[in-house]
Design a protein around this ligand. Structure first.
Ligand code: SF4
Length: 337
């Protein structure tokens, strides 16, 4: 973190949805996000990682105000945008853009590449037509697309090219924050690498901050400055990338990392895999106390009743939500080292 004011501050964010049907046994509340705190510094990439269903995409959608939070605040560049109207949100949209997992469904099939990338400039009344045309050309070049692509339609492009167009559209206004929701997981592995390298080049050149949402640990390790681990609607651990990979403290983080692929076969033999029992519980009926207690290999009685706060007891910049992480004992040993 730099000494500058953060670009994004999220406090005690909750997003609950109504689920079920009256005809099939009644309504219930789905607690997709249930008390999330996050901060992103200028130029920082925060990776948000967790299993499918952990609520990480909902966090991203609340930050970009594609969803209105149930409670809590989302401060973007010092302004609380969590409950402002659509009209008030319009100028804020210059500063926050989203890149989705599937560029095919997020690009208008009736618009050409030039129209798609130029659309945010037009919507925000940026410059004359000639100026907008020039800026679209510059942005296409930055994302590695030839000028001739300008007249193509999304269905004429490959998956990687479509994601380059989505990146160009998201960055053409020079936003301060990009929310990237699984932006490479729908692509072939070879294409993923080129898009991730492009993303890092753009991020270094343009200096935007980013919330990078993914379930893929190798992607989050490659891309992030800091990483937040999410489990069933809550953040359970946050740390700088190198710290998290060298010293994961929460039992869930330890289990996640133990299952991640490693390039060196000798490392696989040295490492003990932690297999979690059961599936992720339903966010409509989350476990009491620590939400991980139904799958945690080292749970104690207290875990079923008391919700552990996310605090930096071992280091202020490495908060962990676990009763067993203490200043004296350090991290709980879930598996033999
Ligand atoms: Fe496991 Fe208890 Fe720590 Fe939760 S609080 S991670 S259940 S030991």
């Amino acid at each position: 973190m730099t000494g500058e004011n953060p670009v994004l501050v999220v406090r005690d964010l909750h997003k609950h949805f109504a689920g079920g049907s009256r005809l099939r046994g009644g309504r219930h509340t789905v607690r997709a996000v249930d008390g999330v705190d996050l901060t992103i510094a200028p130029g920082e990439v925060l990776g948000l990682v967790g299993e499918s269903g952990s609520g990480k995409s909902t966090v991203g959608r609340c930050i970009a105000r594609l969803e209105t939070p149930t409670s809590g605040t989302v401060e973007l560049l010092g302004r609380d945008v969590s409950r402002i109207s659509r009209r008030e949100m319009r100028p804020v949209r210059r500063d926050v853009h989203v890149v989705f997992q599937d560029p095919y469904s997020s690009l208008n099939p009736r618009m050409t590449v030039g129209q798609i990338v130029g659309e945010p400039l037009r919507q925000h009344g940026e410059g004359e037509r000639r100026d907008r045309t020039r800026r679209v050309g510059e942005m296409l070049e930055r994302v590695g697309l030839r000028e001739q692509m300008r007249t193509r339609y999304p269905h004429e492009l490959s998956g990687g090219q479509r994601q380059r167009v989505a990146l160009a559209r998201a960055l053409v206004l020079g936003p301060r924050l990009l929310v990237a929701d699984e932006p490479v997981s729908a692509l072939d592995v070879s294409v993923q690498a080129s898009i991730l390298n492009l993303f890092l080049d753009l991020q270094r050149d343009l200096g935007f901050s980013c919330l990078f949402i993914t379930h893929d640990l190798s992607v989050v390790e490659f891309i992030s400055d800091r990483i937040a681990v999410m489990y069933l609607g809550r953040i359970v651990e946050t740390a700088r990338r190198e710290t998290l990979f060298a010293d994961p403290q929460h039992p869930y983080t330890q289990a996640l990392l133990s299952a991640a692929p490693v390039p060196d076969p000798a490392d696989v033999r040295r490492r003990e895999r932690i297999v979690l029992s059961g599936d992720l519980p339903s966010p409509s009926d989350p476990p009491s106390g620590c939400r991980f207690h139904t799958r945690c290999p080292v749970a104690i009685d207290r875990c079923a009743t008391d919700n552990p706060p996310l605090t930096g007891v071992t280091a202020p910049d490495h908060p962990v939500a676990c009763h067993l992480v203490t200043a004296e004992s350090g991290r709980p040993r879930v598996a033999a080292p």
